[in-house]
Design a protein around this ligand. Structure first.
Ligand SMILES: *[C@@H]1O[C@H](CO)[C@@H](O)[C@H](O)[C@H]1NC(C)=O
Ligand SMILES: *[C@@H]1O[C@H](CO)[C@@H](O)[C@H](O)[C@H]1NC(C)=O
Ligand SMILES: *[C@@H]1O[C@H](CO)[C@@H](O)[C@H](O)[C@H]1NC(C)=O
Length: 770
């Protein structure tokens, strides 16, 4: 049976690779009756009879189960432990003194040479913090581990490990203490939750250690903070100097994702340790379904991390272009969507009728013969009803042998389709987008000559095939093209708002490069991740919001170095209010899925602009108390608030807590469409949002301006001018939205800017009527 080379979580957060099946042993283990639970304890209610919390946790556990073993005890971002229990035992556990929540294990899915130049880094080195300061910042990456031998982890030129570091370099299979250095300063792995669910890790398949056998974690960590490597490329593509966003920052890896997925008890243990170890930034390119904040252990862990000054960034998910597909929407997390770079990898298709089509490919092997070959669409070469997808074993060799085959995107991984064509005797592949993917072109290191084409080109090729009695084509690959315009465009896969959990909070927060990103790779798998891919590369080019998240993590490290006293919320505000949502010609950033202008539900505040983020002028700072008030506005019970915050916080019954007043750098305004009789006059709805700005620049006076493309909402800001006379001075303002009724399903957008002539502090506004 095929085991999982690359697991299911990739389907969500990395736009690539195949799904897989579990081994028989894993299946039978899944049927075991005990399940993992995370037990959240109220630390303050420990009976005096106990000397320490661990003893108390252990006694609580033993009182419901003699045999249960503690998987982890948690001490920083939550208090409590995880363990395997039967449903009965879990119910008993819930009734124990001092237990605030018993939560079943949840499974999460894992959701560059050109990037620094594209982002305007490197050209203006003088703006950026001195490398000595950056090298004090520690980025924790929760992912599939690292391949420590990569040149991207070279510590040449780096000084001693920051004194604040308290972590470790855990040894394990193929990983020893000399795997860490002054760049990769820490490495840990968390497999207890995974093994409780799936049984012992199969060490012939993956290393029970921080070593990355997969590639994803090496890619994300080198994107955030890889050292500069000259002459980096993938098979000659994207050649140049590869370096992470914060090339001098330190990396600590926390391996939480295994071949079968990532589990909340492991992730929570890793967040817990990363905070204790002294990470300043925590980067998680993974996610699950967006559950209520008090049920989502990533959100719970991130709350306390943020409260302790740690900046937490997460991928928004790869559920686009459908709306309301976001993960990681908690307002204390920075949620990152994905856009393209100005670089692509053209591959050219020539049809028998002389028509030339440009696609995309990273194929680097033996080219097709120069002459025209017969071309066939998979749908007509298969008996399967989903034959167009080139799923394993569905192509009829008699109809495919010696030909180029047109396969539709979807169903299995893009690179797998090429293998299916090859196994049926096909020579080349045209990978055609269906409507869901629009004109988005993702480059892959295909195993046979391939060109990936947009929907329009795919349709044109298919209609040529059906209209010609002897259709032919050829494919020539591969170059690297720079300066592609327009760029960025929003990736089709990037998850979109509106935010279903809290419609008053706009998500994603912003976008960053996430398409065809070159960064470090594992030596344990080929660039396609397929078992049959025996190639080894130091760099790979892949796509996903998994790739955009670590860009923001690295940039947050640069801001942290420049402004060590800024809170995580201040750093996020600077990244958001300086982001751009239009091109230099004034047109709005495009959405590749439909070729239309994007909206704040696609890009949040816009595309990150690191140079501007260093000097934002003003920030929307958000404190732990603000987040607690937000939880009160959600009408959460004291117990639910305690699960998230670990605090005994009672909402003040006399206070009017409003979701609208969370001090967020963007505005989302959900409105109700009144049900009325025809012709009846409906009064406009009035909603008021309050915000507070903190001065991070010289004394200055800011004036507000609002641009709205709509007449259905009147927007009134008061006051219209704010004068700041000293640093860190705070001033509040209100925005009143007076909205006329609109049909249900309507959306409208506006933008609010504060400017002193030198800085522009911009916020998107998004209206929805339901
Ligand atoms: C650690 O591993 C490296 C590479 O596998 C090896 O060269 C080295 O001798 C090992 N060091 C120790 C202390 O085991
Ligand atoms: C497809 O159907 C044809 C005709 O019924 C049959 O001869 C052929 O074996 C089938 N091929 C596959 C791959 O199932
Ligand atoms: C919280 O409760 C108040 C009072 O019942 C209600 O007006 C408000 O809509 C509720 N908020 C949420 C987010 O459910």
């Amino acid at each position: 049976m095929k085991t999982c080379r690359v697991s299911q979580w990739f389907l969500l957060f990395l736009i690539s690779f195949s799904s897989c099946s579990f081994t028989e042993a894993q299946k039978s283990n899944q049927q075991l009756k005990k399940k993992t639970y995370i037990i959240h304890m109220d630390k303050t209610s420990m009976p005096q009879a106990f000397d320490d919390h661990f003893q108390w946790y252990d006694t609580s556990l033993k009182s419901v189960s003699d045999s249960a073993q503690m998987l982890y005890s948690y001490n920083n971002v939550i208090h409590g432990f995880s363990t395997s229990l039967t449903v009965e035992e879990a119910k008993l556990m819930e009734k124990q003194e001092g237990i605030i929540a018993v939560m079943p294990e949840m499974k999460y899915e894992l959701h560059t040479t050109r990037t620094p130049e594209f982002l305007g880094l490197g050209k203006s080195a003088s703006f950026f913090p001195a490398s000595a300061k950056v090298s004090e910042v520690i980025i924790g990456i929760l992912d599939t581990g690292v391949w420590p031998e990569l040149e991207s982890f070279s510590d040449d030129g780096l000084g001693p490990i920051p004194a604040s570091w308290k972590g470790e370099c855990e040894v394990g299979k193929n990983f020893n203490s000399s795997s860490c250095n002054r760049k990769l300063i820490g490495a840990r792995y968390f497999s207890k939750g995974y093994e409780a669910a799936f049984g012992p890790i199969d060490e012939s398949q993956e290393s029970k250690s921080p070593r990355d056998d997969d590639g994803h974690g090496s890619h994300t960590s080198t994107t955030a903070a890889g050292s500069a490597v000259t002459g980096a490329n993938l098979f000659g593509f994207a050649a140049g100097t590869a370096r992470g966003m914060a090339a001098e920052a330190r990396v600590a890896t926390y391996k939480v994702c295994w071949l079968g997925g990532c589990f909340s008890s492991d992730i929570l243990a890793a967040i817990d340790k990363s905070v204790e170890d002294g990470c300043n930034i925590v980067s998680m390119s993974l996610g699950g379904n967006s559950a209520d904040y008090y049920r989502d252990n990533v959100a719970i862990g991130a709350f306390s991390a943020a409260a302790q000054g740690v900046f937490v960034s997460c991928s928004a998910g790869n559920g686009g272009p459908s709306s309301s597909t976001l993960s990681n929407v908690a307002p204390w997390i920075t949620t990152v969507g994905a856009g393209t770079l100005d670089r692509d990898f053209p591959a050219y298709v020539t049809l028998g009728n002389g028509k030339k089509i440009t696609g995309e490919s990273l194929y680097s092997g033996k080219p097709l013969p120069n002459s025209l070959l017969p071309i066939v669409s998979a749908a007509s070469a298969s008996n399967s009803s989903s034959g167009s997808l080139c799923l394993s074993g569905t192509l009829n060799p008699a109809k495919v042998a010696g030909k180029i085959v047109v396969c539709d995107r979807g169903g299995n991984s893009r690179v797998q389709k090429g293998l299916v064509v090859k196994e049926a005797g096909g020579l080349g592949m045209i990978l055609a987008n269906t409507e869901a993917y629009g004109e988005e072109q993702l480059a892959d290191a295909h195993l046979i000559p391939t060109a990936a084409v947009g929907q329009k080109a795919g349709d044109a090729i298919k209609s040529y095939i059906s209209s010609d009695s002897n259709p032919t084509a050829t494919i020539s690959t591969g170059t690297t093209r720079l300066g592609v315009q327009p760029s960025p465009v929003v990736a089709a896969f990037s998850s979109r708002g509106p935010n279903l959990l809290t419609p008053q909070i706009l998500k994603p927060d912003l976008i960053a490069p996430g398409v065809n990103i070159l960064a470090g790779w594992t030596g344990g798998a080929g660039p396609t991740g397929l078992d049959s891919d025996k190639r080894h590369v130091a760099f790979n080019i892949i796509s996903g919001t998994s790739m955009s998240c670590p860009h923001i993590s690295g940039l947050a490290a640069l801001l942290k170095a420049a402004h060590p006293d800024w809170s995580p919320a201040a750093i996020r505000s600077a990244l958001m209010t300086t982001a751009y949502s239009t091109y230099k010609n004034g047109e709005t950033i495009q959405d590749i899925s439909n070729g239309s202008p994007s909206t704040p539900f696609d890009i949040g505040a816009g595309h990150v602009n690191p140079t501007a983020a260093l000097d934002p002028g003003l920030v929307y700072d958000t404190t732990t108390d603000d987040y607690l008030a937000f939880l009160c506005a959600l009408n959460y019970s004291s117990l639910q608030i305690k699960v998230i915050s670990k605090k005994d916080f009672t909402c003040n019954g006399n206070k009017n807590y409003k979701l609208e007043d969370l001090n967020y750098p963007s505005f989302a305004v959900p409105l109700e469409t009144p049900s009325t009789k025809r012709g009846e006059n409906v009064a406009p709805t009035t909603v008021k949002y309050t915000r507070t700005l903190t001065n991070k620049g010289a004394p200055s006076t800011y004036k507000v301006s609002v641009t709205a493309k709509i007449s259905s909402v009147k927007i009134v800001v008061a006051p219209e001018s704010l004068s700041f006379t000293e640093a860190n001075e705070q001033k509040s303002y209100t925005v009143t939205f007076i909205a006329s009724p609109m049909p249900s399903g309507s959306q409208s957008f506006a933008r609010l800017e504060w400017s002193d002539g030198k800085h522009i502090v911009g916020s998107p506004i998004a209206f929805t009527w339901t």
